[in-house]
Design a protein. Structure first.
Length: 433
């Protein structure tokens, strides 16, 4: 007998081509999958091992954070208000040199606790000692797509990293009941020369996994790329053949019209990180144009060291507000589009289309529930707009991943938060002194 769960709520956000709010709906979950979503039917309570009734609640797909460096939560508030290269060279990289394996585990756990509380059920991560990040995902129950961060400026280190990245694939891909998937993570064109990227590409094809890379994040990166190779970052990636593979490209802030065309043609997935790009003064990605051309743009927080939180509601709001202000056009990136970026597009960007990011029969039961009994959810003219422009992460009272409840009534069920806070503080202090 499969374990069946029944979830009822006053509102369920389903999405079949267009968003649809099911009033007085219910969802049946068997093991990790949604087997029914729709209006309430006659049911026998004894057929279910768990019944959750969300009165004045809304159920929607969990958020998908398409780009972060989870363990960097340990550096939150350590170095702020600096330019990217100054921040990396003089603060982050020296502190990272002191990282030990277990630091990654606790830093990732801290990030997962924050993400679950904010309704994130799946994230794409790129960092070091990723076995430890995988262990944190396995234990906490969250879904993740992990990549070992690779740099190729030093040949020996580059090859060792590629070996480590490949063994992460072999050891962890599709583990945790399929919750954990793995990509290869060449850091960026400015830390991975073309011949190295070629090797990564061959390995990714060989292992049949996608590639997660930072691309065209700052104006300085574009300038350096042009002077070194006579090409912009996206043109260079196209020339190498990287974009013929499944690629998740983070940032894509500084793009020419030609690069936008290339990304659209190659169907490259993009992780848009408005909060981090703003805080590091990197600029703003041409999201409205990318979406118009049909590029799958998901949302990411980047790390808590450059954001400084992992709150997808905040990213979603920024993604909707920024282009309106910049283009002096309130009709671009409407609420519906922002919501789609945080869920469905996120799934596309992680190559998990139709599995997560959407509530429908046959999809994984990765969902969150909002308590709508709050002043900022009244009046109920447009709940979809409320989710983007009014909701707060504290409104989320239930989080489920792969059919398992990970947060209920504001309590994390798989994470000992007190221990996580203690370990994170202890380790973070050691790293910066
Ligand atoms: Ni990043």
């Amino acid at each position: 007998m499969p374990k069946k769960k029944l979830l009822q709520a006053d509102y369920i956000l389903a999405w079949d081509n267009a968003p649809e709010i099911i009033s007085q709906g219910e969802i049946v979950i068997e093991d990790s999958l949604i087997t029914y979503i729709g209006p309430r039917l006659e049911r026998r309570e004894k057929d279910f091992e768990e019944i959750i009734k969300g009165r004045d609640n809304l159920i929607m797909p969990g958020f998908i954070n398409t780009h972060t460096h989870a363990a960097m939560s340990l550096f939150r508030g350590y170095a702020d208000d600096m330019a990217l290269m100054d921040w990396l060279n003089n603060k982050i990289w020296p502190a990272e040199a002191k990282l030990r394996k277990e630091d990654i585990y606790w830093g990732t756990m801290l990030a997962i606790a924050e993400m679950l509380r904010g309704g994130t059920t799946c994230f794409a991560d790129m960092y070091f000692h990723m076995d430890e990040a995988a262990r944190a995902c396995l234990e906490s129950g969250i879904r993740a797509s992990l990549a070992q961060g690779l740099t190729g400026l030093d040949k020996i280190k580059g090859m060792a990293g590629l070996k480590e990245g490949s063994s992460l694939v072999r050891n962890w891909h599709n583990k945790g009941d399929g919750r954990i998937t793995v990509m290869l993570g060449p850091h960026a064109p400015y830390t991975c020369p073309p011949d190295y990227l070629q090797k990564v590409l061959e390995k990714a094809a060989d292992l049949d996994v996608p590639i997660h890379i930072h691309l065209a994040e700052t104006r300085a990166e574009v300038k350096e790329c042009l002077s070194k190779y006579g090409k912009t970052p996206v043109e260079l990636m196209e020339e190498i053949g990287l974009l013929d593979h499944r690629v998740l490209a983070a940032h894509c802030v500084h793009l020419t019209e030609k690069e936008i065309e290339i990304l659209a043609e190659k169907e490259t997935a993009i992780a848009h990180n408005p909060g981090s790009n703003l805080k590091l003064g990197s600029g703003t990605a041409p999201v409205a144009k990318l979406l118009e051309k049909g590029v799958p743009v998901g949302l990411g927080t980047d790390s808590a060291a450059s954001n400084n939180n992992l709150d997808m509601l905040e990213e979603m709001r920024l993604a909707a507000l920024l282009p309106k202000g910049l283009l002096e056009n309130p009709t671009v990136v409407p609420a519906e589009t922002a919501l789609k970026m945080a869920t469905i597009n996120g799934a596309d960007a992680l190559f998990l289309s139709n599995e997560v990011g959407i509530l429908k029969k046959g999809a994984k039961a990765d969902l969150i529930m909002f308590n709508l009994n709050q002043p900022h959810f009244y009046p109920r003219h447009n709940i979809l707009a409320h989710l983007v422009y009014s909701a707060r992460s504290a409104d989320i009272n239930l989080v489920m991943v792969n059919g398992t409840v990970l947060m209920s009534d504001g309590e994390l069920l798989t994470i000992d938060e007190e221990r996580v806070f203690f370990e994170a503080q202890l380790r973070a202090t050691r790293l910066v002194y």
